[in-house]
Design a protein around this ligand. Structure first.
Ligand code: AFP
Length: 344
């Protein structure tokens, strides 16, 4: 079988950086290093079940969650590769309490926030998982180690964001602010090829993704919205279908391609997580940049733009409603208790 001569991700990044005459090549270099880390993680994920890499590491992370061996592997792979890439001044990981310094003498002008393996409760059952990343220009002047303030910047200041999904194939989806592009890994040559140029999320969908097990803990308007989605009304394409797997990357990716709304609203289940479960820096802000670049919307359950939120701490949680623009608008009509103008 002959292979198509596709556009590699490196070629694509270099071509898109040509549109920015001020570019020094640092972002290109940084993304390329991250892609090498992603390929390493992808190879390891694909060995799950064959090598001794399933199950718990025996440690607990900053979120109080049990760390899986693959979580630890992914975290260490990214940390070690990026610490000496020369483009970062500091990093932060969903798995670690404090900022992660880069090697002395290698400080650069960007920061990296990452969730090394999102959806880790799905590792052992062979469901898609992913790595999410968010890149900012440092806030403090160039030179010397980065500080927490370099990482506590709003999502609208991101210069690049995206994810790698380890699914039926491994895909890289990211944006540098010029639209969203998807690349599929050809494992036989170890290269990502452009497979989904200029992704646009459908404006309105027929899918919702939410953990309905939390029904009794939601605010009343959230329950009313879900009842609305499930009620029959042919004119507005209802009832919607449910799709929820518990790996945000997988649920988000499906909705990005096929259309859909993903919700993780605040609930009263756990008083330490009154603002929902998902983390602003590692999940909400990067996926908000991706969805908005693809024509969708990302807000909190009280209607604030995720990209406008200024993080107060590295592990801040935030209620998230993200997906097809008209579906997010309809959700907000319920939260504002305004008469519903159906998205149909
Ligand atoms: P894990 O990485 O601990 O599995 O958490 C995954 C996640 O942060 C996100 O990817 C899912 O959408 C969400 O949590 C699932 O949470 P519930 O299990 O409460 O539905």
């Amino acid at each position: 079988m002959s292979r198509p001569l596709g556009i590699t991700v490196s070629r694509h990044i270099m071509d898109s950086q040509r549109l920015h005459p001020e570019a020094t090549g640092d972002l290109t270099g940084l993304l390329n290093e991250l892609i090498v880390a992603a390929k390493t993680i992808s190879a390891e994920v694909n060995m799950a079940g064959l090598a001794d890499i399933l199950g718990m590491s025996g440690k607990t992370n900053i979120q109080g969650e049990h760390v899986q061996k693959l979580d630890e592997f992914a975290n260490n792979t990214i940390k070690r590769r990026m610490a000496r890439c020369g483009y970062l001044c500091a990093m932060t990981s969903e798995e670690e309490a404090d900022i992660i310094p880069v090697a002395e003498g290698y400080e650069g002008k960007y920061t990296l926030a990452f969730d090394p393996l999102d959806g880790s409760s799905n590792i052992d059952v062979n469901v898609s998982i992913g790595t999410i990343f968010s890149i900012h220009r440092r806030f403090t002047p160039d030179g010397g180690p980065g500080e927490e303030v370099d990482l506590l910047q709003p999502g609208k200041k991101q210069v690049a964001a995206g994810y790698i999904i380890y699914g039926s194939s491994t895909m890289l989806v990211f944006t540098t602010g010029d639209g969203v592009h998807g690349f599929t890994l050809d494992p036989s040559v170890g290269e990502f090829y452009l497979s989904h140029p200029d992704i646009r999320i459908p404006e309105k969908s027929k899918y919702f993704s939410i953990n309905e097990g939390n029904w009794h803990y939601w605010q009343e308007p959230v329950r009313r919205y879900l009842e609305y989605l499930k009620a029959e009304d042919k004119a507005t394409g209802r009832p919607y279908s449910a799709r929820y797997i518990g790996s945000m990357v997988a649920d988000f990716h499906r909705n990005l391609i096929a259309g859909g709304i993903f919700l993780y609203p605040r609930d009263s289940k756990d008083q330490t997580k009154t603002y929902g479960k998902l983390r602003l820096l590692y999940e909400a802000a990067p996926l908000a940049m991706v969805v908005e670049q693809a024509g969708g919307k990302a807000v909190t359950d009280d209607g604030r733009s995720i990209l406008d939120m200024a993080p107060e701490d590295l592990h801040q949680r935030v209620p998230v409603v993200i997906g097809s623009a008209r579906d997010v608008d309809t959700f907000l009509q319920f939260m504002n208790d305004t008469p519903v103008k159906p998205a149909g």
